[in-house]
Design a protein around this ligand. Sequence first.
Ligand code: GLN
Length: 462
Amino acid sequence: ITSVEATQAHLDRIAAVDGKVNAFLHVSAEEALATAHDVDKRRTAGEELHPLAGVPIAVKDVVVTKGLPTTAGSKILEGWVPPYDATLVERIKAAGLPILGKTNMDEFAMGSSTEHSAYGDTHNPWDLDRIPGGSGGGSAAAVAAFEAPLAIGTDTGGSIRQPGAVTGTVGVKPTYGSVSRYGLIAMASSLDQAGPVTRTVLDSALLHELIGGHDPRDSTSIPEALPSFADAARLGATGDLTGVKVGVVTELQGEGYQAGVLARFQESLTLLEKAGAELVEVSCPHFPYALDAYYLIMPAEASSNLAKFDGMRFGLRVEPTEGPVTAERVMAATRGQGFGDEVKRRVILGTYALSAGYYDAYYGSAQKVRTLIQRDFDAAFAQVDVLVSPTAPTTAFKLGEKLDDPLAMYLNDVATIPANLAGVPGISVPNGLSDDGLPVGFQILAPAKADDRLYRVGAALE
Ligand code: GLN
């Protein structure tokens, strides 16, 4: 099969189903086909190409793409066309992967259901009345609906792994610093990581290798090379996990988790044991405080990152209808109209947490909790090679069900957030269907820079 055939087949699929799924905000058919033609020509000429060359890919709309509109799911960036590519996009282009388009997401990646997009909901292909997870619901739905074989997501608190879980796809949050953040529209800079969304563990490993590696344009980029992810996935696919110590996190199961989710989780633990892994129960006593710390640190950083959307530099500009047109009033009018409710809620939370009188009590305490969670991980990884848990407490809920209850929405991230606070990598792999017939995710976490372990254990479960 040629790249043109593969790309055209996916464009046809998008044309056929995206009216219902709404995974894409922008489809770049012409550009994708041009890349595909070029790759086919290079292949015919005998050029040695990357293993993923010619395989089409979808990119979450929070990643900047030269010449393709990039909105981050927000009205405030409507019509903005970036003049440059994110580093990961440069690498995707250099390897010859046709970019099918940009995928829908919660505005500025804030949400767990993609219902906070300014451009309409994305629907879960398993049941169109249900959420595809968030914030990267568009990327996950596109892969689950066979509109794209590969996609890019970003994960600040679970936005790759939780959509992966509820759509039955593989999603990886790499070690913080292993994939460049240059060209990601920042949500919370100390937590953000881009990563793969795919249908198989090996695909994720190959894509992670392609987009990862040192980038001098990201000051937090890890300079050294990490072990091969694809080799680890191939090793895991043999089904032998002899000598691998797996820690089951006490705090990430039980109350609040759907019975069918826990049942599938237990079955996978049995499979790991059969593959030769040793299971140990591990307690991470500070994980129950992770959500609280995250909802102070993340809004604090986001409130600072979003200050640049002021009606002067990017996208939308709204002038007040009456009274003087001062910079401050243009800013207020633009932000008032350009930001959705969830973004406003978090900017207010963040500026409050950072304000002079409350900084120590809120932001300072949250940072201390963050350190305690990092220590929980250190203690756990002194005993075991990987930690495991269900990825999300429930299967996909109905669209609209939690929209008016931000706290209920936030609770979806209990199991995914600790990894972001500690900078460690995590993967969600499909874990069968719950009793309601909807997909469940199995999460594997590893120490920083040991992402290869995710791929080994993940592939053994496939
Ligand atoms: N659902 C989480 C939030 O709303 C995670 C977001 C993310 O990872 N981008 O903050």
